[in-house]
Design a protein around this ligand. Structure first.
Ligand SMILES: [Zn+2]
Length: 412
């Protein structure tokens, strides 16, 4: 057993509701706090001096100012991919349209070509490097989608790569099958392709236990609601949780998410007031992705409205090679929170316990007894310094399952 502390403040994120607005004075903040950890779990939290007197534990002393938070949970990423799309980005900022970039060989299919050509070893290495980068920013759990393979073999290759890096890397990776990302050129119609995925790929994913989540990009040019509905119903019948890339450029996806009882609807930049009311009523988690707005130079999702209507709002990075290449969740969330007028509590919640629920994880996202000791500490006395520095203040210590991975004696 180890006692870690003293921390200037421990922000537990405990005792807060899963949905709706949050005020900062609802945060449970322990001053001069300590955390008692046994193996991978938190045993107790409280006053450092009291814990020190009460328990015989090895002391891990924290010197200097330190604010402790739960490790971040990034609930939407595409960090398993090969190659860069810097060319697309340069063309986009110079004013080229999506279609013009596509004609010049860019877009998602460019990442598909590069990912298909990459070996498992290469994909494992780049995924592992990105997971390490995320961990240094305090991310201790990260969802990762397939969707750059689009054949049975290449989608399975991606999901097996995610599984293998999950096993070897300190960050927990949660895999999602996004074979319905875009129609590959080998198929004539979107309908034929979705039928192929449902009959030839998803049963293999189930058999090999590679993912419990099915995601679809519902959008003009990707997959329509009409075609996605039966696909998602088939996936649900196989036991998958449903996720939808919804309302990014046009509406319809979030309505479908409500209809098929999806776990989350992600993006929502284009959602209307009626869509927002429907999401709140259906209890579909609203995952917003400020990194995509920043990468595309487009408006943010209406998080303030979503919260005020009673939704559970999760903030994720959408880290991907095309629209969201930044991959820095703290920076994105801080800038987003300033634009959308989110309280610190709402921004923290969107990346901790509310994000955990978007991945159906009940053992993390809160610093509380019996929870995993996934934690990050910032070199400051006051937790409000963290968002104030808009991503420039990084955690100087990160623990995964009770082990200090980032810090004085780094394990990376
Ligand atoms: Zn995405």
């Amino acid at each position: 057993m180890i006692l870690i502390g003293p921390f200037s403040q421990i922000i537990t994120m405990g005792g807060l509701p899963l949905c709706g607005p949050l005020k900062d004075d609802a945060l449970v903040v322990i001053p001069n706090g300590g955390v008692l950890v046994n193996k991978d779990k938190i045993v107790a939290l409280g006053s450092f001096n009291t814990l020190r007197k009460k328990h015989k534990a090895r002391l891990v002393e924290i010197t200097g100012p330190a604010c402790l938070l739960p490790g971040l949970i990034d609930a939407h990423t595409h960090i398993c991919h090969a190659g860069s799309r810097a060319n697309d980005y340069a063309l986009r900022v110079a004013g080229k349209t999506y279609l013009e970039i596509l004609k010049q060989g860019g877009g998602i299919l460019d990442s598909v070509r590069k990912t298909r050509a990459a070996s498992r070893k290469q994909l494992c290495q780049t995924l592992s490097e990105r997971a390490t980068h995320a961990l240094r920013s305090g991310v201790t759990t990260c969802e990762v989608k397939s969707g750059y393979g689009l054949t049975v073999d290449d989608e399975i290759k991606m999901l097996e790569v995610i599984k293998s890096v999950h096993k070897d890397h300190p960050v927990d990776l949660v895999p999602s099958c996004l074979a319905a990302h875009v129609k590959p050129p080998e198929f004539d119609t979107h309908k034929d392709y979705l039928n192929f995925v449902a009959t030839s790929l998803l049963p293999v994913v189930v058999k090999k236990k590679l993912s419990r989540r099915v995601d679809v990009f519902v959008e003009e040019g990707a997959f329509s609601s009409a075609l996605s509905r039966p696909y998602l119903q088939r996936a649900a019948a196989m036991g998958f949780d449903l996720i939808i890339h919804a309302d990014q450029f046009s509406t319809g996806g979030s309505r479908l998410a409500c209809e098929v009882k999806a776990l989350s609807a992600d993006h929502l930049e284009a959602s209307t007031d009626a869509d927002i009311r429907a999401l709140a009523k259906a209890g579909v988690i609203a995952t917003v992705l400020p990194g995509a707005s920043l990468g595309l130079g487009m408006p943010f999702a209406p998080a303030r409205k979503l919260l005020d209507h009673g939704c559970s709002v999760v903030i994720a990075s959408d880290w991907n090679p095309g629209s969201a290449p930044m991959g820095d969740l703290w920076t994105q969330a801080a800038v987003f929170g300033a634009a959308q007028k989110l309280s610190t509590a709402e921004t923290f919640a969107g990346m901790t316990f509310r994000a955990a629920r978007a991945l159906r994880l009940h053992d993390r996202g809160v610093l509380w007894p019996d929870m995993l000791a996934d934690m990050q500490a910032f070199p400051c006395k006051d937790y409000r310094e963290i968002l104030y520095h808009q991503g420039q203040l990084k955690p100087n210590r990160v623990w995964k399952k009770g082990v200090l991975i980032v810090g004085e004696k780094e394990k990376l």
